[in-house]
Design a protein around this ligand. Structure first.
Ligand code: FAD
Length: 402
């Protein structure tokens, strides 16, 4: 495994560091104090677009897939799109994970379009994100009030009606949904078919029947919206069924969701590592200022956290490196997702302990990180679900795809 990064990526990381200190962290604190997501018209988002951020990683065309290029012999010196995504995500989350998710871009909606969409669909839905004229968002809606970890239990119904599909159901906690140009919605054509009934649609903003957007309250990560919404007799053109009906009937909807998780779980793991690093830095700075570093017990605990974060980070890198080579990474993606948030939670908890009263007052960054980090264990398959998947694989049971 070669993890060398080139000068171009080093430069991008350095730019995020500068932007992070100057803008990402202050804007994240602003949203946290306000207790509400940054509005879509916040000038920060237009600034990001001007800086060339908020774009798709789709390069256009079928042949221009960077993952293909990375898989070619001799391409090891260039980090592929997954490893690049993991490195940039960790750095952004170091400064503020809520703001990182609020960034314009196709977001979690991008992986299913990349893995399932036809060339025409990629052009229609990701094309506008190649050189966006304004901040644009995409969104991903799998979760429902009655279906979280058990993805197979989704009940949002889809039925064919001429050259449209009609969608009915409720979705919850979809990032950036109310401001998105489109939402990738997972539905079922027949719950009795289980996963074979799953279909993935791109539902465009303004489609009649898509509505009732409700931004949920959250304990942390307040800078971005987690939004519930309804689909009521929502007529979606057949051309918006990802990959077309023939492909979807071969369980493409369910498989596409699983492939998305293989791409996004290492990113969530890496974002957690970013939050954990921020917590460790804050804890270290506090312990130094309070002259606690002479105490070997404090040093021991700080060292243990630093080691765990580094180990978690390497798991994320490995999962991403495999994805860039189009090699199976389902186990590694679960490992990255299971380990990153646990290490980060420990870092934030240690910070809270060291700060004592000061942390408890609620106005120190550590306290915010402590609230932010919890969701990292929950999203994209909880830590418990990852452990269930890994344990089944270890003892040779068939895959329980969640
Ligand atoms: C901040 C935030 C952002 C989110 N963003 C999105 C988004 O953009 N799009 C989207 O679709 N969803 C999103 N979600 C939803 C998220 O994916 C779900 O919350 C997650 O899948 C867990 O589902 P649940 O909350 O219904 O918990 P449940 O599935 O009800 O689980 C509750 C608890 O039971 C455990 N558990 C469940 N089943 C098992 C089992 N078989 N064995 C052992 N333990 C089990 C779980 O680990 C968990 O601890 C978001 C959630 C949060 C908190």
């Amino acid at each position: 495994m070669k993890l060398a990064i080139d000068d171009a990526l080093r430069e991008r990381l350095a730019r995020i560091r500068v932007l992070g200190a100057a803008r990402i962290r202050p804007v994240g604190l602003e949203a946290d104090r306000a207790g509400a997501p940054l509005p879509a018209e916040h000038p920060f988002f237009a600034e990001l677009v001007k800086l060339g951020l908020g774009r798709t990683r789709w390069l256009g065309g079928e042949d221009a897939d960077a993952a293909e290029a990375a898989a070619k012999p001799g391409a090891e010196a260039t980090p592929g799109p997954s490893l690049t995504g993991v490195l940039l995500s960790e750095e952004m989350a170091y400064w503020d994970r809520g703001v990182a998710v609020a960034f314009p871009g196709p977001g979690l909606g991008e992986p299913p379009i990349l893995s399932m969409g036809t060339a025409e669909q990629k052009q229609r839905f990701l094309g506008p994100f190649r050189d966006p004229d304004r901040p644009r968002w995409g969104s991903f809606a799998m979760t429902e009030p009655g279906a979280g970890s058990d993805v197979a239990a989704i009940r949002t119904a889809c039925r064919r009606d001429g050259d449209h599909w009609v969608l009915d159901g409720d979705k919850s906690f979809a990032a950036n949904a109310s401001r998105a140009d489109w939402v990738v919605v997972f539905a079922t054509s027949d719950p009795s078919l289980g996963r074979a009934g799953h279909r993935a649609f791109v539902v465009e903003r303004g489609t009649p029947g898509l509505g009732d957007f409700r931004v949920e309250r959250k304990m942390g990560l307040k800078a971005y919206e987690s939004t519930s919404f309804t689909l009521r007799g929502c007529r979606v053109p057949a051309a918006n069924l990802l990959g077309g009906e023939e492909r979807q009937a071969q369980r493409a909807g369910f498989k596409g969701a699983m492939q998305s998780f293989n791409a996004t779980r290492p990113i969530i793991g890496a974002m957690a590592v970013g939050i954990g690093r921020a917590a460790l830095d804050e804890a270290l700075a506090f312990a130094r200022a309070a002259e606690r570093l002479e105490d070997p017990r404090v040093r021991d605990r700080l060292e243990r956290i630093a080691r765990k974060l580094q180990a978690a980070r390497l798991l994320c890198w490995r999962a991403a490196w495999l994805a860039d080579r189009k090699r199976a990474n389902v186990l590694e993606a679960s490992m990255a997702k299971a380990v990153g948030p646990t290490a980060a939670f420990e870092a934030a908890a240690l910070g809270m302990e060291l700060l004592g009263e000061e942390g408890g007052r609620g106005d120190h960054l550590i306290e915010k990180l402590f609230r932010d980090v919890k969701a990292m264990d929950i999203v994209e398959g909880t830590g418990q679900i990852q452990r269930v998947l890994m344990a089944r694989q270890l003892v040779g049971l068939p895959r329980d795809e969640r």
